[in-house]
Write a protein of this length. Structure first.
Length: 426
């Protein structure tokens, strides 16, 4: 197969499907390529944040969500709990939604195809380059030749297109790894678990228990790995997390998780430029995962919409326009959050103490609101209120840290076992 398109989108997850949808709705001839047959599952917490919900609303999309996710419960190393409030901002709603990736990705892809995007089953293994850093076409393992005026890569943290185009530098990336499973449970509110790996030494990541559909909750754990993409054996940690949740009463004592899936995270906008020549990277391919809490769906949707809009404004200038748009949308937060994450995890004892403030009886109300806004990257849309002001102060601090640290940061602590974490009744 050899075909030419206005744009070739590689990857049919939320980013790729949103990009293809926006382009197709405007009359562009667009290919939407993916190596998988749909519906297919992905390792994810299944929680779409407020900015992702806003994109869905802006595009008039409805997806088969399993419910809204508003406030969250944080469990600190002491075992105490604190409610992290959800706020409605100027540029986003006051809630997320919970959608299994099996359903979300399928629904978004189908909508893009209905709008006119052309589906292609292809595993991209080569690119055809031209002058001035252009990629004229992507080539699949079975010989399909997909030529496009613009190539939008939405093919994940390890992005084959970015690698083949010479855009991916793994050593400058901020890496993480996460695994998840489904477990029988009815969960009233999404639960975030911040634990010590050993007494007063913070675990370099967090666990979660999110509501799901049909009586199945999403349980998982993720860690930061710094600039080293090394193996992170997390299955034992996940098993110990499930045991802790059983001891706390969040899961039944005999609850057993189903099959475990996992995936790499590339965070903080690191490891690649957002664009080079006529190649635009969206979502995880651009490293746009929140460095503090690991959310990727919302940033993926935002970046995909920006990529499509840049192409529609003029393919010849799309790369520059998209890079500027990504910097405006994510640059300040991603740089600051990456620097803050690196600083905190260099100091596991101090971070363990600071984390306890989230659930400390006297100060948790103020701290929880501040952390909820900043941690979710919502500072620039938060309405004036005390928590928004203090979150803004955290942003200033993170900006200063970003001025002293490189974007990739230093290697973080390894994924130590949860077995030393002491569960205390909340």
């Amino acid at each position: 197969m050899s075909a030419r398109f206005d744009a070739v989108v590689v990857g049919a997850g939320p980013a790729g499907s949103i990009a293809a949808l926006v382009l197709a709705r405007s009359g562009a001839r667009v290919a939407l390529a993916d190596k998988a047959a749909f519906p297919r599952d992905k390792a994810c917490g299944d929680l779409v944040g407020p900015r992702g919900v806003q994109v869905l609303g802006d595009l008039g999309l409805r997806v088969p969500d399993a419910g809204q996710g508003s406030d969250l419960l944080a469990v600190g190393p002491s075992g105490r709990r604190s409610r992290l409030p959800a706020f409605t901002g100027r540029t986003y709603p006051g809630h997320g939604i919970i959608v299994p990736r099996l359903a979300l990705d399928h629904a978004l892809r189908e909508t893009a195809l209905e709008a006119g995007a052309i589906p292609v089953r292809a595993r991209i293994t080569a690119v055809e380059t031209g002058g001035n850093g252009r990629v004229n076409a992507v080539i699949s393992s079975d010989g399909q030749h997909l030529a496009g005026e613009v190539i939008i890569a939405a093919d994940g943290a390890l992005s084959p297109v970015a690698r083949l185009a010479g855009m991916l530098d793994p050593e400058t990336a901020l890496w993480g790894f996460a695994i998840r499973a489904y477990v029988p449970a009815e969960v009233p509110l999404p639960l975030l678990i911040l634990l010590d790996a050993s007494p007063w030494r913070i675990y370099p990541g967090y666990g979660w228990l999110f509501p799901g559909e049909n009586g199945q909750a999403n349980v998982g754990i993720g860690v930061g790995l710094g600039s080293s993409r090394r193996q992170a054996p997390l299955r034992g940690d996940l098993a110990r997390l499930v045991t802790l949740l059983g001891q706390w009463g969040d899961l039944s004592g005999d609850a057993r998780p189903g099959p475990v899936t996992g995936g790499w995270l590339r965070m903080g906008g690191t490891g690649t430029p957002p664009a080079a020549g006529n190649v635009l990277l969206a979502g995880d391919a651009a490293g746009l995962i929140n460095p503090l809490q690991g959310e990727g769906i919302g940033p993926a949707m935002v970046s995909a919409k920006l990529a499509a809009e840049a192409v529609l404004a003029g393919p010849a200038r799309a790369g520059r326009a998209y890079a500027d748009a990504i910097e405006a949308a994510f640059g300040r937060y991603m740089a600051g959050a990456s620097a803050l994450q690196t600083t905190l995890l260099r100091r596991p004892k101090t971070t363990s103490a600071v984390t306890r403030l989230l659930t400390a009886p006297v100060v948790r109300r103020v701290v929880a609101g501040t952390w909820s806004i900043y941690w979710n990257g919502l500072v620039d849309g938060a309405r004036p209120r005390p928590s928004a002001w203090t979150a803004g102060a955290v942003q200033v601090l993170a900006d200063r840290l970003a001025g002293h640290n490189d974007r990739a940061g230093q290697p973080m602590a390894g994924a130590e076992a949860l077995g030393h974490a002491r569960a205390r009744t909340p």
